[in-house]
Design a protein around this ligand. Structure first.
Ligand SMILES: Cc1cc2nc3c(=O)[nH]c(=O)nc-3n(C[C@H](O)[C@H](O)[C@H](O)COP(=O)(O)OP(=O)(O)OC[C@H]3O[C@@H](n4cnc5c(N)ncnc54)[C@H](O)[C@@H]3O)c2cc1C
Length: 495
């Protein structure tokens, strides 16, 4: 008799969805292994914004997720557009340049709504509209972006806490400081357990099936250098320090097939003063995404992107990488009093910005190598910038500089209202895209193109869903969809 029916490795959103699904589908004994201490539990899920992207045909379809929302928002459903399965698939195809796995993306999209409803029920997860980062008010009605409206209440912190509470109440056994090290196979190649390093002891724990849900390799500097290449070994980690690629390594050691974009990752501009691994209490408050209203210069005193190319949600992922690629992996974001009030609230969590009454004084305070060049750049920028008559922060306003390389093609107004402020930014890594090949049942496929019996995976470890970029809010829903499937099928391996 094995020790457990199902062992789930990891304790984030995907893992706890898998564990709860296994219990629901008849697994009596479910063990969850969490490498972190109890105080650091929950993986990137805890750090996340908790946004859930899913498909629905009718705005009223989301009503059960948001009871009472009309009391809080005037004519709430008038501001919600349908987001059909075709819309969701279209977004996935567009941002991945058509490379998303056709079968897995179909499973994700077609199960997205039902699974979010399931997660709300099963995990007892309160939800709310994601107003602090989405939605524009027009004539008193908030117009929501398509697809990414709902988030877990209290964001990732609330999502993770709800999952743990529900999993414990449902009888899942959760062990902390218990790191999965190696998979155990029987003579037929079936996965029958795992070696676990647990509080000073190396143990073998057996089960009918193992679900790997222990994240990507974003926290591992050597793997980042190896797979993502320079400058990603210098990236600061936006989430947990525990996603070291252990699950990917364990699976590949027994012949699991790597697939998807192993050089791909999600990243954003973040505060340069942030530690190498993100502060757990401040979760995702490190983001510095208001560069579109200012000017960015590198340590050589030069601009390097069109800060106003588009609104932040279409440029932040690539600008995180662009900043990291500059000398010293950093840049300053400079604003004046015409725009500082537009900075998103997360800037309040920065170390105090540099502040000065003249651009010369500001540049003097900056930690950069070529200050004369910085002044030249800012003077040239101001000479090429436009008047602010047509400046419109709510949309791409076409107010462009003229004669620069690169131009600033929107919001390109002068820096001329002191005091000036400068925020130091760097590139932070969110998660990695490379993963394991799985089938529609979340079973891991080997390099011989056959299923590895007894082994499942879900969450960040699934390969081939995301390439280049991903539609915001898809990570958590992917974890729930494939976690639920993995748990259900792992439970069926019983006996
Ligand atoms: C700042 C930030 C904001 C984000 N915002 C959003 C958002 O709003 N919406 C969205 O959809 N996505 C968002 N994401 C992405 C999202 O957080 C991830 O896609 C998702 O949480 C991944 O879930 P997961 O369960 O696969 O991994 P995780 O939640 O990272 O969980 C992995 C678990 O495995 C454990 N572990 C690792 N190695 C081992 C081992 N060897 N043994 C045992 N346990 C191990 C970890 O400790 C952790 O518990 C955000 C991410 C970050 C960092």
């Amino acid at each position: 008799m094995p020790d457990y029916d199902v062992i789930v490795v990891g304790a984030g959103n995907a893992a706890l969805a898998a564990a709860m699904s296994a219990r629901e589908n008849g697994a009596d004994k479910v063990l969850v292994l969490e490498a972190a201490t109890k105080g650091m539990r929950g993986g990137n899920t805890h750090w996340s914004g908790g946004i859930l992207r899913f498909a629905f045909d009718n705005p009223r379809d989301i009503e059960p997720l948001l009871p009472g929302v009309e009391d809080e928002y005037l004519n709430f459903y008038e501001g919600v557009s349908p987001y059909t399965e075709d819309d969701f698939m279209g977004d996935l195809l567009r941002v991945t340049a058509g490379r998303t796995d056709p079968e897995l993306s179909k499973v994700l999209v077609s199960n997205s709504k039902e699974t979010v409803f399931w997660a709300k029920e099963r995990g007892n997860i309160p939800m709310e509209p994601a107003r602090s980062i989405a939605g524009v008010e027009v004539n008193g009605v908030v117009i929501w972006p398509k697809g990414a409206i709902v988030r877990a209440e209290h964001e990732g912190v609330g999502l993770s806490a709800s999952w743990f509470k529900a999993a414990e109440a449902d009888g899942c056994e959760i062990r902390y400081e218990a790191t999965g090290r190696n998979l155990i196979q029987d003579k037929a190649g079936r996965v029958v357990g795992i070696t676990v390093q647990e509080k000073g002891e190396l143990k073998e724990v057996t089960a009918n099936a193992v679900v790997l849900a222990c994240g990507g390799f974003e926290a591992n500097a050597q793997w980042r250098a190896q797979y993502l290449a320079r400058p990603w070994d210098h990236a600061k980690v936006r989430g947990t320090r525990h996603n070291q690629g252990d699950g990917l390594r364990m699976a590949m050691e027994i012949g699991g097939m790597p697939c998807g974009q192993w050089s791909g990752r999600h990243s954003t501009p973040i505060d340069a003063d942030w530690p190498d691994f993100a502060d757990r209490k401040l979760t995702d408050k490190s983001n510095r995404l208001s560069y579109l209203y200012g000017v960015m210069i590198n340590r050589n005193g030069r601009r390097f992107v069109d800060e106003g190319e588009d609104t932040q949600f279409y440029t932040y992922a690539k600008f995180g990488a662009a900043i990291l690629d500059e000398p010293g992996g950093m840049a300053y974001q400079i604003f004046d009093q015409k725009t500082v009030h537009l900075l998103e609230p997360r800037y309040e969590y920065a170390k105090k910005p540099l502040k000065a009454d003249t651009l010369e004084e500001l540049v003097e305070m900056m930690d950069i190598d070529d200050k004369p060049q910085a002044m030249k750049t800012l003077n040239e920028y101001n000479a090429a910038a436009a008047d602010d008559d047509n400046f419109d922060p709510s949309q791409k306003d076409g107010v462009s500089t003229s004669g620069l390389n690169p131009e600033k093609t929107n919001w390109g107004i002068r820096l001329d209202s002191p005091p000036y402020e400068a925020y130091a930014a760097t590139g932070g890594i969110t998660f990695t895209f490379g993963g394991l090949k799985i089938n529609e049942d979340a079973q891991v496929i080997g390099t011989d193109w056959r299923v590895i019996p007894g082994l499942y995976t879900c969450g960040e470890m699934v390969g081939n869903l995301f390439h280049y970029n991903y539609p915001a809010g898809t990570g958590l829903v992917s974890g729930q969809v494939f976690g639920r499937i993995a748990g259900r099928n792992a439970a069926a391996e019983k006996g």
